[in-house]
Design a protein around this ligand. Structure first.
Ligand code: C6P
Length: 393
């Protein structure tokens, strides 16, 4: 109970709740076979290593990676993108090179590239959006004439919910000779992801938004890219041989997993991937599409003053509903909703440039996951009516 009310959790885009299967798997690791991996030649050390690598195989299956060695465990999507910007970026981007991003990127898929091009004297270009949050592919076509080295974009917008036409964008980018990084942080929990079908080169995501523990995440990249990339972090585990003045690095993916990894978190991530696969990602998507369609119908009907942002077509939109109540700051909206046990996020959602583009100081945002229901949306509509009463608007 939250403030005397049943919790209505509508902040899953920020982080999801975790199923018992995930918590139990982590509990079992810590209680029954807690040990470091790839080190101990004793029973629980071997069991921990086997479960850690099993988790990698599960994650690979979940996104249909052709080879589980192409999955590098990271702490989150941010670290996965930084791994690419530091490792691939510093070796492949030089003076005058162009990287194309979009106006809707989360800061995690913007700031690493800003730092890289500042260091290398390269350039960033941005695919603009329409007022309802759709990428302008006509402008993308024009930007591709600049022959960018890399195009990096989000699969699903964390702020507007827009599901981008990623497959088409990958084809366009490849035809122009660019590599493609997809930020899948808001996609893997909500839509089927098949990296082979998408044809991209790098795919980054966090575990904690897809029912997995905090501190879990992954980068998928094509084997030949990972093999050619220098290590990102250095130390134990990522080496094969070390001498005082030189070292030989380990094979992929361990070359990118320096130090003791978050073993329990990786195991939890593997179980979350299996859990979602058992639900069926087509069914997950259909459930969220239904919730989006319901929210887009119910909220303006029950709360006529509400301003909604993002694509109006539920087919183009993941489970994210950004909104404002005119005359009330979104932080106040979120605070009053909390009195009724309703959790939404308010602010810029780590997309300040997108808010600037839409001329919005901030928004409130309701977001869904597999456990969200139509009743949650009814509760939100009721809560928003209460907010209006409190502020007398
Ligand atoms: N978005 C949100 O409330 P991390 O923090 O590394 O797990 O995820 C970063 C990230 C990258 N890309 C997208 C599209 C994202 O949505 C996020 C995280 C959360 O929208 C927290 S700011």
């Amino acid at each position: 109970m939250i403030n005397g009310h049943k919790l209505v959790y509508l902040d899953s885009a920020s982080s999801s709740q975790k199923p018992s299967a995930v918590i139990d798997a982590m509990d079992a690791y810590y209680r029954e076979y807690n040990a470091n991996v790839h080190r101990g030649i004793y029973t629980i050390g071997e069991k921990a290593t086997a479960e850690y690598e099993k988790a990698r195989a599960r994650v690979a299956r979940f996104i249909n990676a052709p080879d589980s060695h192409e999955i590098v465990f990271t702490r989150n999507a941010t670290e996965a993108i930084n791994l690419v910007s530091y490792s691939w970026g510093r070796r492949n981007i030089s003076r005058g090179d162009v990287i194309v991003l979009t106006e809707m990127e989360h800061h995690a898929n913007l700031v690493p590239w800003q730092i890289l091009v500042q260091e290398k004297d390269g350039d960033l270009e941005f695919i603009p959006i329409t007022d309802d949050g759709i990428l302008r592919l006509d402008v993308f076509e024009v930007l591709l004439r600049l022959k960018p080295k890399l195009v990096a974009f989000t699969h699903v917008s964390n702020t507007l919910g827009t599901i981008n036409p990623v497959r088409e964008m990958v084809e366009m980018a490849h035809a122009a000779g660019a590599l493609v990084l997809i930020d899948g942080a808001q996609a893997v929990p909500h839509v089927p992801v098949d990296v082979q079908e998408l044809g991209c080169d790098f795919y980054a995501f966090s575990g904690h938004k897809m029912l997995a523990p905090m501190g879990s995440g992954a980068l998928w990249a094509r084997r030949e890219l990972l093999e050619a990339m220098p290590p990102f972090l250095a130390g134990g585990e990522m080496i094969r041989e070390v001498h005082l003045r030189r070292s030989e690095f380990n094979e992929i993916p361990w070359k990118f997993e320096a130090g003791t990894p978050a073993v329990g978190d990786a195991i939890g991530l593997g179980v979350a991937a299996e859990y979602l696969q058992a639900l069926g990602m087509d069914a997950v998507r259909e459930h969220e599409r239904d919730l989006v369609a319901y929210a887009l119908e119910v909220l303006p009907r029950e709360v006529p003053a509400i301003e909604l942002y993002g694509p109006l077509d539920p087919d183009l939109r993941g489970g994210v509903i950004p909104f404002n109540l005119p005359g009330i700051h979104p932080h106040d909206v979120a605070q009053v909703l909390d009195r009724f046990g309703i959790a939404v996020r308010a602010g810029h959602h780590c997309t300040m440039p997108l808010h600037e583009r839409l001329d919005l100081a901030a928004t409130a945002r309701a977001s869904f996951n597999v456990y969200s229901t139509r009743e949650d949306i009814d509760a939100l509509a009721g809560g928003l009516m209460e907010v209006q009463k409190v502020f007398n608007v």
